[in-house]
Design a protein around this ligand. Structure first.
Ligand code: NAP
Length: 295
């Protein structure tokens, strides 16, 4: 069995910060990540609310964190964790590891609209990331669904490269930042459609149009779904307490119900899911884990 002092599940801002803190304390650290490093933040076009970073692109910020963790000698492997147990063993799709302490920092994944055709047309018109895919829709008409910061940022980003952007939200007001909303309103190619839901995604090989609950049909080439995120904690549910929405029940101390297993970032119950609270959790969880293994 491969032994590590601290195994961190997830290489987003919370996990990478935990790795930085644990590695700086001379612990043998392994970060396990199922997808790519950076988590949700790699999709942020321009981060303006992370102290001292001023304007920074999410991918660049995540890459800095990743390189910082590596420079401090944390090990990072791209393997999906399929099970953890109370003996602090971690099983991935490739290997098995023994940890002195575990930090769960799995973040969350895109919420879907759960409409027919949504999965079939993924990459053929349907997208969950404007910064990743927006360029494919240069000069075309697109729609963005959602009312949070992601939807607002995506709409603003797409307005600079697409012909027409429809921003569709199910309520009469947005929960995203007012400043971004003002920037969107100043654009002459963004059409804000409130109190509306997308009810149909039409197309066979490619997206052709979408329909709204008022029967309005929008002929768009791209549909960017930005309706929030859901946690991915099912693999831990056997031993870790989750709330009804699937978030790991934890508090500001980043403790879980299992001794030696800590939680950090968006995957835990909390009020404010932001980059700054994720990195803060990462630091706290690492310090708690270090104390735990020093006992
Ligand atoms: P979010 O804040 O949870 O917003 C999700 C939006 O989608 C809400 O407006 C919600 O509507 C809507 N929605 C949910 N399910 C829906 C459905 N089935 N159909 C239609 N609409 C649906 O998610 P987010 O925008 O991804 O942001 C997540 C977190 O990251 C937030 O804390 C945000 O501030 C942060 N963030 C920060 C930055 C930045 O700082 N630059 C950038 C992006 C995100 P209701 O309003 O009706 O609930």
């Amino acid at each position: 069995m491969n032994n590590y002092d601290i195994i961190i599940v997830g290489a987003g801002p919370a996990g990478l910060t935990a790795a930085i803190y644990a590695a700086r304390a001379s612990k043998k650290v392994l970060v396990l990540e199922a997808k790519s490093y950076g988590g949700q933040i790699i999709e942020a076009v321009d981060i303006e609310n992370y102290p001292a970073a001023m304007h920074i692109n999410g991918f660049d910020l995540a890459t800095n964190m990743y390189n910082q963790a590596l420079e401090l000698k944390a090990e990072i492997k791209f393997e999906k964790v399929i099970e953890i147990n109370e003996a602090l063993e971690v099983t991935t799709t490739k290997d098995k590891y023994q940890a002195g302490a575990i930090i769960l920092a799995t973040g969350s994944d895109h919420r879907k609209l759960d409409l027919p055709n949504e999965d079939e047309l993924l990459g053929k018109g349907v997208s969950y990331c404007a910064t990743c895919d927006g360029n494919f829709y240069r000069g075309k008409d697109v729609a963005v669904v959602g009312g949070g910061n992601s939807a607002l940022e995506e709409a603003l980003y797409l307005s600079n490269i697409c012909n027409q952007v429809y921003l569709i939200h199910r309520r009469d007001s947005f929960r995203g930042d007012q400043k971004t909303l003002e920037q969107i309103k100043a654009k002459n190619n963004v059409n804000i459609i409130l109190n509306s839901n997308v009810t149909k995604i039409n197309g066979t090989d490619r997206l052709e149009s979408i329909e709204l609950n008022n029967n309005q049909v929008l002929n768009v080439s791209g549909l960017f779904v930005a309706v929030g995120h859901i946690p991915e904690n099912e693999n831990f549910a056997k031993i870790i307490n989750l709330n009804d929405n699937g978030y790991i029940i934890g508090n500001e101390d980043c403790l879980t119900n299992v001794p030696g297993i800590f939680v950090a970032g968006d995957c835990r119950t909390k009020e404010l899911r932001q980059l700054v609270t994720a990195t803060s959790d990462g630091a706290i969880a690492a310090v708690k884990a270090i104390k735990y293994i020093s006992k």
